[in-house]
Design a protein around this ligand. Structure first.
Ligand code: NOJ
Length: 534
């Protein structure tokens, strides 16, 4: 495994561009801002940045509604600034991954404008237009992910169009070869400009049932759950033909050197594995989101890891995610103390970790007052807690009015604790969560066992998650106390005499562990088993 690819060994850092760094004082982050913060990312030690969409967009869904796939939205900058960012990132040793949004365009995209103009339009078949149901009304019962029906009536041409998300995000018809060709050529455009890969948005939505069958009701739905969950998305997601489309994307990437294809799909493990493709001809990394919804419990997490490891096809590379721009932040889910344990988990499991910006400084979800809501999901479905603004607030670089993010008025409020929880303050504190992230990243780089080693679960008592990572004769033990009580863990005979490399408290390195380890509340340890070289 020493010949592992950069995306296997490396750590991906997700940047939500509106919120990372604003260089021009308009309160919205931009490409030049990201560029100015590359030295920070190099200092942190990550290997790649994935930037959420930066293309020309009316911003109905903050960039996930693209009106020009080859343009940069002026709010984010220009193509020249993009090229400069890629150049500098590469010079710094960082790869650049773009978001690719193939499922839908903006309703302002010239393709849709043309498609909508008449039933005879040459682009009519690029989107999913259907007549009303025989008795009138939408063609099927399909629901939008963001509330309401997924079909929008177009009075001028007397048909409905399908949108899995907002009505401003009409779905492309990926069964149409012209659509495929057009979208694959968009990928080439960015690959030719030097990007190192794509995170592909909502990949499981790409193909819908050709027979347009109604989705069945979800027996688990209860009031209080988002309305789209009322139906099981049997005929609108994860259709078998999607894998041909994924393989076509992969073939494009394979024409280039060493690029990566990452897919976003919230699916159970058995369905997710199909996205690696026949003989691994699909996604390099179908995102594994299972830690995001997991109960924070040692046994439950051990079971998730076991199931995932067991389900992986031969040769498929694993990956792990704790959070992203659509989900509550890890620190808000598990608390400040366990956020440190979570960091150790993410950076020691077998597989590529994706780190969400700001988690490394322990950013929290920020409460958003009703008048400040930006997210269209929250606006459409208010009061159920589905809003995504809380996890999208500006990065906290320093103290003061704009937290070092902007000199203007930030597009979302800053966290109330930004004066304390920021890069400047935590960087100089050797015990901070930022110092812990940096130490974990450095250790992962220094220890092939952590980056590419084999994984083996270890027996552990109540509240503790324990496993070994092994490579080239070196065996590292990872012991995570997921509880807030002290725990004592007996070490197997061969592990007695292990030496601590890192603790979440950053204060036990070098300590020798004998037959038993005392783990403090909320403490994680990485130790090297004896008998290892060096
Ligand atoms: C998934 C993205 O992560 C989310 O932010 C977006 O709203 C939907 N896909 C629609 O593109």
């Amino acid at each position: 495994m020493l010949d592992a690819r950069w995306w296997q060994r490396g750590i991906v850092y997700q940047i939500y561009p509106r919120s990372f760094m604003d260089s021009n004082g308009d309160g919205i982050g931009d490409l030049s801002g990201i560029r100015s913060r590359l030295p920070y990312l190099a200092w942190l030690g990550v290997d790649a940045i994935w930037i959420s969409p930066i293309y020309t967009s009316p911003m109905a869904d903050f960039g996930y509604d693209v009106s020009d796939y080859r343009g940069i939205d002026p709010r984010f900058g220009t193509l020249d600034e993009f090229d400069a960012l890629v150049r500098d990132a590469h010079a710094t040793g960082l790869k650049v991954i773009l978001d690719f949004v193939p499922n839908h365009t903006s309703d302002q995209h010239p393709w849709f404008v043309e498609s909508r103009a008449s039933r005879e339009s040459a682009k009519r078949g690029w989107y999913i237009w259907r007549d009303p149901a025989p008795g009138g009304g939408p063609p099927t019962n399909w629901l939008s992910e963001f509330g309401g029906p997924a079909w929008e009536w177009d009075a001028a041409t007397g048909q409905y169009y399908y949108h899995a998300y907002l009505k401003e995000q009409p779905d492309l018809d990926w069964r149409n070869p012209e659509v495929r060709d057009a979208m694959l050529s968009v990928m080439r455009f960015w690959l030719d400009r030097g990007v190192d890969g794509f995170r592909v948005d909502t990949i499981h939505h790409l193909i819908k049932d050709s027979e347009l069958r109604d989705n069945p009701p979800n027996p688990q739905w209860k009031p209080g759950m988002p309305p789209h969950r009322k139906l099981l998305r049997l005929y609108t997601t994860d259709r078998p033909e999607v894998h041909e489309a994924v393989a076509a994307m992969r073939r494009v990437l394979d024409d280039y050197d060493d690029r990566v294809l990452i897919g976003e799909a919230y699916l159970p493990f058995d369905r997710l594995m199909a996205y690696y493709g026949q003989d691994l001809s699909g996604m390099h990394l179908p995102f594994n989101f299972h830690l995001i919804g997991a109960p924070w419990d040692a046994r439950a997490i051990a079971e998730i890891v076991r199931e995932y490891e067991a389900a992986l096809p031969q040769g498929a590379w694993p990956n792990w995610v704790l959070g992203n721009h659509d989900k509550p932040r890890i620190r808000s889910r598990v608390g400040a103390a366990q956020a440190r344990v979570a960091a150790m988990l993410l950076l020691t499991l077998r597989g590529t970790p994706t780190l969400y910006y700001g988690d490394e400084i322990g950013m929290c979800d920020v409460p958003i007052a009703p008048g400040e809501v930006q997210d269209p999901f929250e606006k459409n479905v208010p009061g159920l807690g589905v809003g995504r603004d809380p996890e999208r607030t500006p990065m906290q670089w320093g103290g003061g009015a704009g937290a070092g993010f902007t000199t203007g008025r930030p597009w979302l409020p800053l966290a109330p604790d930004a004066d304390r929880t920021n890069v400047e303050a935590l960087r100089g504190d050797p015990g901070s969560i930022l110092s812990l992230y940096r130490a974990l990243i450095a250790l992962r780089r220094a220890q092939p066992a952590l980056a590419v080693g084999a994984y083996a679960p270890l027996a552990a008592g109540e509240g503790v998650l324990a496993y070994a990572r092994e490579h080239g004769g070196r065996r590292l033990l990872v012991l995570l106390n997921l509880s807030s009580r002290p725990r004592r863990l007996a070490l197997a005979a061969g592990a007695s005499g292990a030496r601590v490399l890192l603790s979440t408290g950053l204060d036990r390195a070098g300590e020798r562990l004998d037959e038993a380890v005392e783990l403090r509340p909320d403490e994680g340890l990485i130790a090297e088993a004896p008998g290892a070289p060096g």
